[in-house]
Design a protein around this ligand. Sequence first.
Ligand SMILES: Nc1ncnc2c1ncn2[C@@H]1O[C@H](COP(=O)(O)OP(=O)(O)OP(=O)(O)O)[C@@H](O)[C@H]1O
Length: 238
Amino acid sequence: MTVIEIDGLHKNYRAATAVDGVSLRVRKGEIFGIAGPNGAGKTTVVECASGLRRPDGGTVRVLGLDPHTDRRELLQRIGTQLQEAALPDAITVGEALRMYASFYDDPADWRALMDEWGLTSKKRTAYGRLSGGWKQRLFIALALVGNPEVVFLDELTTSLDPSARRMTWGLIRAMRDRGVTVVLVTHFMDEAEALCDRIAIINRGRVTAMGTPSELTAKGRSHSLEEAYFALTAGGAA
Ligand SMILES: Nc1ncnc2c1ncn2[C@@H]1O[C@H](COP(=O)(O)OP(=O)(O)OP(=O)(O)O)[C@@H](O)[C@H]1O
């Protein structure tokens, strides 16, 4: 079953084209990676799919809904990762989870979620005092507090040390194992290889390749996904 259908998506910022005809399908229950150089248009695609930006052309359907016109309904059914600055430093982990749960018509039990994601020992800790790994753990729990069917994660592990990254990979797999469809924007090919069922490589606003890690490796005539990535993006930033 397809949960995200994007056809011919275009998005311009003033005179500059950020997304230039992206089409892709994400299937229910997969971890779908989006990779590509800085400025390639990855975040813009995710923002159009999650209703944060209005496309200039093309069609986007998420869970059969138009992210722009059906935004209210869609927001009840998707989870998006917060940016670092979205929470005040003084809010505690427990307060943040309780507050975000209140935004949804049918939220998860936030206390159970806190327990499940190992956050109970941090319940009274202020957000500003959490290490990067704990912040990411909280962001994942907050993305799940509305019981979403689809979760969008944009460079979730970029600022993490290697062990916190590995821990976060485990959390992302656990999310998928609960039946949640995950869209993961990443710059790390080891991460894409380890986690993603399929990956779209975007360069200069276009999909240049799409497939499983092994299909992309073969397409790039390479021995690793990282080498294939360089071959398929010609190594250049957009
Ligand atoms: N709000 C904005 N106003 C003007 N230009 C923007 C805006 N947001 C993004 N852009 C431009 O659109 C293009 C695509 O940006 P986008 O953030 O989608 O790329 P990205 O692939 O996610 O990049 P990165 O890997 O660096 O996060 C870039 O050239 C960027 O400078």
